[in-house]
Design a protein around this ligand. Sequence first.
Ligand SMILES: [Zn+2]
Length: 71
Amino acid sequence: MKNEQGRWKMNMAKDPVCGMNVDEMSAKYKSEHMGKTYYFCSQMCKTTFDKNPTEYVGGGGGHSEHSCCCC
Ligand SMILES: [Zn+2]
């Protein structure tokens, strides 16, 4: 949403699993996580992400192993 005239430019999203750039318009593989849409280059990357999304979105800062505070 920076520049209206940038429409011709392709919307590239980054595949969080392998780091590849994926064209949002033609991406066949995508997943939603925490209200955000992620795009993947292949079914394999999507499956990998779906199994453990927090590992790839980098939200937990490496403390995802056991986050329960009461036990
Ligand atoms: Zn990929």
